[in-house]
Design a protein around this ligand. Structure first.
Ligand SMILES: [Zn+2]
Length: 247
C-alpha cells in the first residue's frame, strides 16, 4: 500500500515540485503507520510497524531509512565520540546526513560519484582529492562492491585517514572466498552473478579483511545477531568492518 501510494503521488505530482513538497508527502504517506510499537532512531517517527520491502528490509515510512542506516547511527552515537571530528561520508542517506550534521563535527564532507544521493562532492574513491591524513572517520557503506579497482580505493582510504583514524565498511557478504569475474560486465549478467546490476563482485568477510590488511589497516569485525526486542527495526544479522590506521 505504501509503495502504491508513493507511485500514485509520483505519477500525479510534477517532478519539479516533488522535492519542494517532499516533507509534506512523507508526513502524509506515513500517517497509516502512526503507533507506539517501534521508533526510527533517525527521524524519531513512532509507528505501529515499519514498511516491509520486497527483500524483507524494514523501511521507515517517514524518512525511508534502511535498517543498516539506523544501526550505523546507533553505532556512531554509542561507540564513537564524533565531537570535533573530520568525517568523510560516501553516498550518504539523507536521514543519516541530517543527523550527523547535528552532532558537532568539525567538518562533514559528503560525496556521491553516481549522483544518486544528495552530496557536496563527486569524489572518485580510487583517487580521493584530499591531502594525506585528513579524516578521523570515513563512512563507506555499500560502496566497494561497485568499484572495479577496489584495492586502489583501499589504499586511498588509508592515505587520507589520520593516524588512528578509522573507516567503517559494509557491503553484501557471502561465505567462502570473494567472487569476482572481470568477464561479467553486462548489467543483466552482473545482476545474476553479483546480485545487483551495478555490482562488480561479492565479498566475503575474510576476503575483504585480507584486502584491508594488505592496504595497511588493522581490522575489527563487528557483528550483531537477532535481538529479542527490536524497537528500531535493525537487521537480525549484520556485519561491519572497522578498519583502523594504527600507527
Ligand atoms: Zn525515520
Amino acid at each position: 500500500m505504501y509503495h502504491f501510494f508513493k507511485a500514485i503521488i509520483k505519477f500525479i505530482v510534477p517532478r519539479r515540485w516533488l522535492s519542494a513538497i517532499e516533507p509534506c508527502l512523507r508526513n502524509l504517506v506515513s500517517i497509516p503507520y502512526v503507533g507506539n510499537q517501534y521508533q526510527c532512531n533517525l527521524c524519531h517517527f513512532r509507528m505501529s510497524q515499519f514498511v516491509k520491502k520486497a527483500n524483507g528490509q524494514l523501511l521507515c515510512p517517514r524518512c525511508e531509512s534502511l535498517p543498516r542506516t539506523r544501526r550505523l547511527f546507533q553505532v556512531l552515537t554509542t561507540q564513537f565520540d564524533l565531537t570535533d571530528k573530520t568525517v568523510l561520508h560516501f553516498s550518504p542517506p539523507k536521514s543519516l546526513s541530517i543527523r550527523l550534521n547535528q552532532l558537532g563535527l568539525r567538518q562533514y564532507i559528503t560525496s556521491d560519484l553516481a549522483g544518486e544521493f544528495k552530496a557536496q562532492n563527486k569524489i572518485d574513491i580510487t583517487a580521493i582529492s584530499e591531502e594525506n591524513n585528513t579524516f578521523d572517520l570515513i563512512l563507506c557503506y555499500h560502496i566497494l562492491e561497485h568499484v572495479d579497482q577496489d584495492e586502489k580505493a583501499l589504499k586511498e582510504l588509508f592515505r587520507v585517514l589520520k593516524p588512528n583514524g578509522s573507516v567503517l565498511i559494509q557491503s553484501p557478504f557471502k561465505e567462502g572466498e570473494i567472487y569476482e569475474n572481470s568477464k561479467v560486465v553486462k548489467p543483466k549478467d552482473r545482476l545474476r552473478h553479483f546480485g545487483q546490476k551495478d555490482h562488480v563482485r561479492i565479498y566475503s568477510v575474510n576476503g575483504l579483511v585480507s584486502r584491508l590488511e594488505l592496504a595497511g589497516f588493522k581490522v575489527e569485525v563487528m557483528t550483531w545477531s537477532a535481538l529479542e526486542s527490536n524497537p528500531h527495526g535493525f537487521k537480525s544479522k549484520e556485519t561491519t568492518l572497522l578498519a583502523s590506521k594504527v600507527t
